[in-house]
Ligand binder design. Structure first.
Ligand code: ATP
Length: 308
């Protein structure tokens, strides 16, 4: 099947600011792609070009097989777009807003079904202006899917949500992919990318610096293991059988290559048993997607604002 989104060599500058510097991107149909990157990395610019809201300087772009630069109107009927700003009319109810927007599309979804899907049944007849921030965001998602889009763009869909609301938004998103919708979302939450995405694209300084399933990106960073425990009373860091650092709160930290994890923990626990000292709060942790992301972004630096 053809890709839902295919981008090759995309560039875009605003005057001297090279916001997008040669991005390649492929989104498979039915997948969830999360676009991560620091502020100013070029995520919104890229999304707006894909959505047909912004012209590009160069590069090939196909969205659902069409060029958004020249087929914007035709394309928009097949897309759902949830921007960061709430678009709903304040004095109408969610039901009225959704019914009104449904009329813009040739094959809209059922209004009540969408209200239930985004968890707004109880607020269906309240005025939009009385909804909480999280409830308004749910309505935004409802507006994004009312046209039954083949491809849904979500710009930071859960920013400002409480943890429970985030989990239920994730369920909504999972439900949509279960129904075959392709989703491209931007987020600053690494756990959101990890929880939802089949594919993560990390953009930094206008370029893709990593792409792949979350686990592959993490593994590619050769993540180190960290062993931590509280320094036992009467013991100095120099007494330990392995080298580590100790913080002012007495937490010992030992950083290891993954292959050294088992022998070092063995040596440490053997030593503690022999001496009869506790290793309180002993933990072995492996760097996750967040550490991999931070390492990738740090390697790239913030080099966007350079003269043309
Ligand atoms: P954020 O995470 O903060 O939303 P982003 O990754 O979406 O950031 P963009 O909004 O695409 O980044 O911005 C990329 C660069 O382009 C930034 O340096 C920004 O200041 C610049 N930029 C974006 N829009 C414009 C504009 N309309 N005019 C001039 N410069 C712009």
């Amino acid at each position: 099947m053809a890709a839902a989104v295919e981008v090759r060599g995309l560039t875009k500058s605003y005057g001297n600011v090279h916001a997008v510097r040669g991005i390649d991107l492929t989104v498979e149909p039915g997948s969830v792609t999360a676009v991560l990157g620091p502020n100013g990395a070029g995520k919104t610019t890229t999304m707006e070009i894909l959505e047909g809201f912004r012209d590009r300087d160069a590069g090939e772009v196909r969205v659902l097989g069409l060029d958004p630069g020249s087929n914007g109107k035709e394309l928009r009927e097949r897309l759902g777009i949830v921007l960061q700003e709430t678009a709903a009319e304040a004095y109408l109810t969610p039901r009225e807003v959704l019914a009104m927007h449904a009329r813009y599309y040739p094959h809209p979804r059922d209004v009540d079904e969408v209200i239930a899907l985004v968890g707004l049944t109880e607020k269906a007849r309240a005025r939009v202006k009385t909804l909480s921030g999280g409830q308004k965001r749910r309505l935004d998602v409802g507006l994004g899917i009312i046209g039954d889009p083949e491809l849904l763009f979500l710009d930071e869909p859960t920013t400002g949500f409480d943890p429970t609301a985030r989990r239920s938004a994730w369920e909504v998103i999972r439900g949509l992919t279960g129904g075959g919708t392709t989703i491209v979302l931007t987020t600053h939450y690494i756990d959101e990318a990890q929880a939802l995405a089949d594919n993560v694209v990390v953009i930094a300084a206008g370029r893709v610096v990593a792409e792949g399933p979350p686990a592959v990106i993490t593994a590619a960073q050769h993540s180190l293991a960290t062993v931590t425990f509280l320094l036992p009373e009467g013991v100095t860091v120099g007494d330990l059988p392995v080298q580590g650092t100790v913080s002012s709160s007495g937490l010992v930290e030992i950083t290891l290559a993954p292959a050294d994890e088992v022998p070092v923990v063995h040596r440490l626990t053997g030593w503690a048993l022999e001496r009869g000292v506790p290793l309180q709060d002993l933990r072995v942790s492996r760097a996750g997607l967040e550490d991999a992301y931070l390492a990738l972004v740090a390697e790239t630096g913030d080099a966007v604002d350079v003269p043309a």
